[in-house]
Write a protein that binds this ligand. Structure first.
Ligand SMILES: C[S@@+](CC[C@H](N)C(=O)[O-])C[C@H]1O[C@@H](n2cnc3c(N)ncnc32)[C@H](O)[C@@H]1O
Length: 217
């Protein structure tokens, strides 16, 4: 079994905002993993888009409900480790949860404006492209990605053998930057010498997957 689905313990609440399934970010998300399409122009497009959203990002999104899938993933996904990175951290909405649960947390984002508007400025902030992570191979215990583009090769390279990938979609399949848990597992396995597996659940408006390599190297 590649994914074990856990029962929903937080009442499911369907996102009432428009679906992100036809959005530009959804196309980019899929092109990056399936067409290996990531280049300077695309990185600039994404950076600009999120730079422009940065000032208002936390205003509507920094609400307890958005943290529910993160908390559920960490708890029932039994995530542990020392060195944790919030990839595509934005203004730190998941980072603020991570710092209460882990010893060493770094927030990384490609958008300078997102970092400038971080609600966790005391957390080390790195401005970098996840396509080329500034971390040593085999050095990270946990990568958390909430509504973030997947770069399987870099996750595979930097994550320790028993490390965790925590994949959060705050509005489930309506999240613009979204890949279903099954696809995340398949993509990670395809970019690895070993297969990946995980546990997943819905929580409130969102869904989560906690994934790791099935066989220890
Ligand atoms: C939809 S936002 C999510 C932000 C935050 N995780 C949250 O849930 O509030 C996606 C974030 O990923 C960042 N991002 C997109 N592509 C990236 C890349 N290649 N490397 C690093 N960050 C990236 C964007 O700048 C943006 O802040």
């Amino acid at each position: 079994m590649k994914i074990t689905y856990l029962p929903t313990i937080y009442p499911f609440s369907k996102s009432v905002r428009g679906s992100g399934s036809n959005s530009r970010m959804r196309d980019i998300t899929r092109d990056v993993v399936y067409k290996k399409l990531w280049n300077f122009d695309l990185a600039e497009e994404v950076k600009k888009l999120f730079d422009e959203k940065a000032l208002e990002w936390s205003t509507t999104r920094n609400i307890p409900a958005r943290g529910i899938p993160v908390l559920d993933a960490l708890e029932r996904g039994e995530v542990y480790g020392k060195r944790v990175v919030d990839l595509g951290a934005g203004t730190g909405l998941a980072t603020q949860i991570l710092v209460n649960n882990f010893e060493s947390v770094v927030a990384l984002d490609i958008s300078k404006e997102m970092i400038k508007n971080s609600i966790t400025p005391e957390t080390p902030q790195v401005c970098a492209d996840s396509n080329r992570l500034p971390f040593a191979s085999n050095s990270i215990d946990v990568f958390l990605m909430m509504n973030m583009i997947l770069f399987p090769n870099e996750i595979e390279r930097c994550l320790k053998a028993k490390g965790f990938l925590v994949w959060i979609s705050s509005r489930g399949p309506d999240t613009p930057i979204y890949l279903p848990p099954e696809e995340v597992i398949d993509l990670m396995s395809a970019n690895s010498e070993v297969s990946w597996s995980g546990v997943s659940a819905h929580a409130h408006e969102g869904s989560w997957l906690v994934a790791r390599r099935s066989i220890t190297r």
